[in-house]
Design a protein around this ligand. Structure first.
Ligand code: ATP
Length: 842
């Protein structure tokens, strides 16, 4: 952004501008002075609370700790807002009944010594006109001003004037200062997403400030700010509904760890800590799945009928023996008739409890049966003994007990049950009929053993609405027993955990261990108290001291929530939501019983074979009529010239979807570079990919200066292409973001953006899977400035806009004709379009 542009947009001459800058500097100085003062005070509060000694008993100690925590959180918040503390100002019109008013907008709200607001938090209702005002609906504003502040110094101003009488509609439009937005967008990429509080646009603001209840779906093309708006929404909701959400927390679900790292800095800069950010692969505590299934397995595994397959698999583990159950315990064969086993199984199933809890009923009844069988055996032996004695004419019978008295009392039988349960043979027999199962064991066996999977698939047919998986479908799921968990397995594990429940033994063991630990801690604390003499002073008892030591810093809501599979969040935000399967949605919905969700995604970018084709189909069954869809229509990432290429791809793959209009145009033209096939130097001396790619990447890097570059290749060429660029980050892991160059697959590049993108082998991307066209669409829309498509065997038809070039002359002029013909490029077209949208909405 040049100085000239600021002047142009501010409508001030240079003298007026200098005066305005000085006045704003004075105000900003005052804000920072206040911030410093609050920090100092909070910091003092923190050290006071942390200072030990002083006594006051347990209650006072606890209160001091709570105060320390509170001060620490406050201090962290105050420190996080140092950069860009204040970024805007609005002047509201005067006239009865309201007086003219100026409000400064910033990352936090501040009040002066007299409690008068001097800075309005961007999330507060009073800040709303800063984002929502438009020339056609100024919302009471006379002027909106963006302040550019660097290191506490005001370095630029941008004004949008809403109340200039006498301007034509066209003139007004041209006055709309997009300088602040364009300045933000043209910055080089750092590998991390930043916040956009200073430049949130009206359509994004509607999404950010939408009401908490119900499911809001934000459908928008690439670069429309879905991710960034969703994260600001999290911050807004925590600010506005603090009471509920601080306790319950907000869960943000993203597509992969790289992406989570990419967005990781946005939320802290928004001052929010009660947010859990997670991939689907980590939603089941204890498992961190990153591996992906092939398309065939993914599609079957993600389908809703897998819930029925699992249900059938669990039912299949509740068995009846082929004949009578015979268990040898204590040298005796105990027999329970088959019909009784069946009755016990059915009775245990009846209350509809989870498998492991129902197992307790089953075990209980089975032990009675076995104890009774033992009784019967005893009686039988006694009778036999009597008969023998009778036969022998023995008269010593009177020495035996009264023959009518019960052989064993109830107490005896109860004792017998316990002894039986301690017998490994009895346990093995019961486990054979109704085993204690973990989700990991159930799912692991199901996916690796056709003997387990086949009956479950068959059983699913009777349970699900539709048919169960066909044989060729369930066979696609089979894999070796020791395979790592995939992200597609996680919803199955979660489902299994629901179906299995616990039998309480883990909880009981944990409680026992905790009681033991506590006793130890108390013994130790007692020693400490006696040694220090505090005991005599009666300040603290051993139990109190032990508890304080054990407790340590109380976990944040986010920490507690992340570790608990059954945590009920107050709100859930799902990004790249088009990738979630039906089964994954079941997992997500379990975590938000109130069904308060923000779902952001783009149906045109669905890459997963199990992903969404329609939001209603995916979500309708959970939220019914409470599904509200908002569309984002403006692309803030990719310039118009590159989006023209993307538009051709979209027209082929999803003609019903609309390409978002780019905010920016006039950048470098996208180009195609042809190299010779198979990486080998060709007979005519021209070079293959191996020879050309490193130079091409180096030249692109030189073009973008400080920014980032991604090479995007089909998955099956990823390793080979990465080998050509040894300096680049080749892993799809989070480190990819820290390198100037990353080699990625289309799936790995999802949600990310780079100053320059080099797409290698577009035909290979297209051919790789049924969603190849969507992957190509994702790949070409990652660029913020430059796009190069490298191909070997000619461009696919949908990229014909980029005329194939001989790679030896890859000048920026390549593809110029085509890009110049880009439909909808340019601000005038966009404005016309925006007008159309707002009319349509109005
Ligand atoms: N109002 C805004 N002000 C400044 N930058 C913005 C604004 N809106 C979006 N951006 C920027 O535009 C880029 C794209 O945003 P984002 O990644 O959220 O888009 P997306 O819709 O999630 O894209 P995709 O579907 O491709 O993942 C980001 O760099 C973001 O910071």
């Amino acid at each position: 952004m040049t100085e000239d542009q600021h002047v142009h947009h501010s409508g001030l001459d240079s003298g007026g501008r200098a005066v305005a800058l000085r006045a704003e500097q004075d105000y900003v100085d005052r804000l920072y002075a206040r911030l410093d003062e609050l920090r100092a005070r909070t910091s003092r509060g923190l050290s006071d609370a942390l200072a030990r000694g002083g006594g006051g008993g347990y209650a006072a100690q606890t209160e001091r700790e709570a105060r320390a925590d509170e001060n620490a959180v406050r201090l962290a918040r105050l420190n996080a807002v140092e950069n860009g503390l204040c970024f805007g100002r609005i002047d509201l019109g005067g006239g009865a009944p309201r007086a003219a008013e100026t409000r400064y907008i910033g990352r936090v709200g501040l009040r002066d010594e007299d409690h008068e607001p001097i800075l309005i938090d961007w999330r507060a209702p009073a800040a709303r006109p800063f984002y929502a005002a438009a020339p056609s609906s100024p919302d009471g504003l006379v002027r909106r001003r963006h302040l550019h502040v660097r290191d506490r110094a005001v370095v630029g101003l941008d004004d949008e004037v809403f109340d200039l009488d006498g301007l034509t509609e066209d003139d007004r439009r041209s006055l709309v200062g997009e300088a602040a937005l364009l300045a933000a967008l043209s910055r080089g990429r750092t590998g991390r997403m930043g916040d956009i509080v200073a430049t949130i646009q009206a359509e994004q603001d509607r999404v950010i400030r939408a009401a908490l209840p119900g499911a809001l779906v934000v459908q928008g093309g690439p670069g429309t700010g879905k991710t960034v708006a969703a994260l600001h929404r999290a911050a807004y909701l925590l600010y506005t509904h603090r009471q509920v959400l601080e306790r319950r927390g907000v869960l943000v679900v993203g597509p992969n760890p790289t992406f989570l790292r990419y967005i990781g800095r946005v939320l802290p800069s928004l001052g929010e800590t009660d947010v859990v950010v997670q991939t689907v692969g980590r939603l089941y505590p204890g498992v961190a799945a990153t591996a992906e299934d092939g398309a065939g397995a993914a599609a079957v595994k993600g389908a809703l009928c897998m819930a029925a397959v699992l249900e059938a698999a669990v039912a299949d583990r509740q068995r009846v023996p082929d004949g009578d159950l015979v268990v040898r315990a204590d040298g005796i064969d105990l027999r329970v008739p088959r019909a009784t086993c069946e009755r016990l199984r059915d009775r245990a199933r009846e209350p509809g409890l989870p498998h492991n809890r129902a197992r307790r009923l089953f075990v209980d009844e089975m032990l009675w049966e076995l104890a009774r069988a033992q009784d019967a055996w005893l009686e039988e032996s006694l009778r036999e003994a009597e008969e023998l004695l009778d036969a022998a004419g023995d008269t010593g019978r009177s020495e035996l007990e009264d023959s009518n008295a019960p052989l064993r009392t109830d107490e005896d039988t109860a004792y017998a049950r316990e002894t039986l349960w301690a017998d490994p043979a009895v346990r093995a027999a019961v486990d054979g009929l109704w085993p204690l199962l973990t989700p990991e064991r159930l799912v692991g066996e199901l996916l690796s053993d056709p003997g387990t999977l086949a009956p479950a698939a068959a059983g699913a047919a009777g349970l699900a609405e539709g048919p169960g998986p066909a044989e060729e479908e369930w066979r696609a799921l089979l894999r070796p027993a020791d395979s790592p968990w995939t992200t597609g397995d996680v919803p199955l594990l979660d489902e299994a955990a629901e179906l299995l429940g616990t039998d309480g033994s883990e909880e009981r063991a944990r409680e026992r261990a905790e009681r033991h630990k506590r006793k130890e801690a108390e013994r130790y604390a007692q020693g400490v108290l006696e040694y220090t003499g505090l005991y005599q002073e009666g300040m603290l008892d051993a139990a109190g001291l032990a508890e304080r030591q054990e407790r340590g810093p109380a976990g944040t809501t986010a920490e507690r929530a992340a570790a608990d599979r059954t945590w009920a969040y107050g709100h859930v935000i799902v990004d790249e939501a088009q990738e979630l399967s039906e089964m994954a949605w079941r997992t997500v919905m379990r975590r938000v019983p109130a069904k308060s969700l923000t779902v952001v995604g783009d149906l045109a970018q669905t890459g997963s074979a199990a992903g969404a084709r329609s939001w209603q189909d995916m979500l309708g069954r959970y939220v019914g009529g409470r599904l509200h869809v908002e569309h984002l229509l403006v692309n803030y990432r990719t310039p118009a010239e590159i989006m023209a290429v993307a538009a051709d791809v979209l027209a082929e793959i999803a003609p019903d979807q609309r390409v978002p209009e780019s905010v920016r145009d006039g950048g470098a033209l996208p180009r195609a570079v042809r190299v010779d096939g198979a990486g080998a130097a060709a007979a005519d001396g021209s070079d293959g990919l191996a020879e050309r790619l490193p130079g091409l990447v180096a030249a692109e890097l030189a073009e973008i200066g400080e920014g980032r570059l991604a090479v995007i290749t089909p998955a099956d060429r990823h390793a080979d292409v990465a080998a050509l660029l040894p300096e680049a980050a080749a892993d799809a892991g989070p480190d990819a973001l820290d390198h100037p160059v990353a080699v990625l697959t289309p799936a790995g590049s999802k949600g990310l953006e780079f100053d320059s993108v080099v797409v290698v082998d577009p035909s290979g991307i297209l051919a790789a899977s049924a969603s190849g066209g969507r992957d190509l669409y994702v790949a070409v829309t990652r660029a913020t400035r430059r796009l190069t498509v490298v191909h070997e065997d000619g461009l696919p038809g949908m990229l014909s806009r980029l005329q194939a070039q001989d790679g030896r002359d890859p000048g920026p002029e390549a593809g110029a004709d085509a890009a110049a013909a880009a439909p909808g490029a340019g601000r005038r077209d966009r404005d016309r379009d925006r007008d159309r949208h707002s009319q349509a909405r109005g």
